[in-house]
Design a protein around this ligand. Structure first.
Ligand code: HEC
Ligand code: HEC
Length: 387
């Protein structure tokens, strides 16, 4: 039974290393403002897309919340999603690279889970990961690196633990009312992935001082710099979610955009270290070397260290790297000269900036910190309440 039901998931993992089309036309003219879920969005923010086979419901969100905080979903009971995604850090984890259940170190930095519902692609640089459901199979079932470490031999035991817990019986039944037995062996994982995706999709953050129009004078100066042609930040960190990888129900055409920001020089010392070659890791195309997705900058103050491998310590350092036109480090682990990276995106050009201006830009970025989001009890560990 278990191999029958896990097989499609493993097939999907293989498929995910393939490619999807590079641009998409997405028009959702039906129900653009309709959802059975209370997204709680300000009027200015368009609804995100919801997959047809997994529309948002409060019941799936609540089940997903329990699963997100449950270490029983790992090979040795040590790792839950929340091990690497902490609410107080906007669901990142404060270390450069996270460690999975069996000691594997993930090559990349744990991402914030903030407005993930609005991203066109998932993870730091994978053009073929188009849905949160697809992404979630990787931490659960992936073996390179091992994160939760679920596999064909331990799956049955974990399913039994879920089935035996009366909290879950109730939650699965209300989340999947149309199924005779939503906890039946081959449905558990499918329902688990749908519910985890619903919880992640519901992690919404649009209540920062920036959203309230409460910027300090320094943050206002930083905003002008951010949106000016000297720094050019806004080209890639575009729109209401500060990422050009944003799609919503009003999107009519979406180009897949990834950028090389010159963190490493790609043909000299300190090349983008494997496997962290970004979009290139998936497409194999030389011109995609070092290209990553522009992250949302919402709650960025809380998610140090920065960049895809957590190799940049502070926001000031991030801005200085851009000002130099790429990172320059003489010696040590990340040594190299990112300024000479030949396929850098056209927007990454060096610029003059004073220390006061760097402070202003950082002050603006800090105005995107949403304390309602990190303290929202809807997003917190439910198991401490259920006992
Ligand atoms: C061992 C640490 C670890 C665990 C456990 C973990 N994650 Fe992650 N998560 C990461 C890392 C690292 C990334 C970036 C992956 C990449 O770029 O390849 C990430 C990325 C993501 C993303 C993509 C976010 C974006 O902005 O595109 C989502 C969604 C996500 N994780 C959800 C989950 C869920 C749900 C679970 C539990 C099933 C989970 N993660 C478990 C470390 C972890
Ligand atoms: C050409 C597109 C582009 C421009 C211009 C750009 N960025 Fe980025 N930004 C990116 C990409 C891509 C990443 C991820 C790169 C990586 O990690 O290798 C990123 C990462 C970041 C991060 C770290 C995100 C995290 O989660 O760790 C911050 C902070 C940031 N950018 C701020 C800025 C600021 C401030 C400016 C203007 C000075 C700027 N960016 C200009 C594309 C861009």
């Amino acid at each position: 039974m278990q191999s029958k039901m896990l097989a499609p998931l493993f097939l999907m993992l293989v498929f995910l290393s393939g490619c999807m089309s590079e641009s998409q036309t997405i028009i959702d003219d039906e129900g653009a403002r309709e959802s059975s879920f209370d997204w709680g969005l300000p009027d200015s923010i368009p609804l995100p897309q919801e997959p047809d086979d997994n529309p948002m419901t409060e019941e799936k969100f609540q089940l997903g919340r329990h699963l997100f905080y449950d270490a029983r979903l790992s090979t040795n009971g040590t790792v839950s999603c929340s091990s690497c995604h902490h609410q107080d850090k906007a669901f990142s984890d404060g270390v450069d690279r996270a460690t999975g259940a069996t000691g594997d170190v993930h090559p990349r930095n744990s991402q914030t889970l903030v407005n993930v519902a609005w991203y066109q692609t998932l993870t730091w640089g994978n053009p073929s990961l188009g849905t949160i459901e697809q992404q979630i199979t990787l931490p659960l079932f992936g073996d390179d690196p091992i994160e939760h470490g679920l596999n064909e031999s331990n799956s049955e035991q974990i399913i039994q633990a879920i089935q035996a817990d009366p909290v879950y019986s109730e939650l699965f039944i209300s989340a999947f009312p149309d199924q005779d037995d939503p906890l039946l062996g081959d449905l558990v994982w499918d329902n688990t992935i749908k519910s985890l995706a619903s919880f992640v999709r519901g992690l919404v953050s649009f209540d920062s001082p920036y959203d309230q129009g409460e910027l300090t004078d320094s943050a206002k100066r930083g905003e002008a710099l951010f949106n000016g042609e000297r720094l050019e930040c806004f080209h890639c960190h575009a729109g209401y979610n500060f990422s050009d990888a944003t799609i919503d129900r009003e999107t009519t055409f979406a180009e897949l955009d990834f950028h090389n920001t010159g963190l490493y020089n790609i043909d000299g010392l300190g090349a983008y270290p494997s496997p962290n070659t970004g979009r290139h890791e998936v497409t194999g195309k030389a011109e995609h070397m070092g290209q990553f997705r522009a992250q949302s900058l919402r709650n960025i103050e809380l998610s140090a260290p920065y960049n895809h491998d957590g190799s940049v310590a502070t926001l000031e350092d991030v801005v200085s790297n851009y000002a130099r036109g790429g990172r320059l480090i003489a010696s040590g682990e990340n040594s190299g000269d990112g300024r000479v990276s030949p396929v850098k995106d056209g927007f990454i050009v060096s610029f003059e900036i004073t220390d006061d201006e760097v402070s202003d830009v950082v002050e603006f970025l800090k105005s995107l910190t949403d304390t309602t989001f990190i303290n929202n009890p809807r997003f917190s560990d439910p198991w401490t309440e259920d006992d």
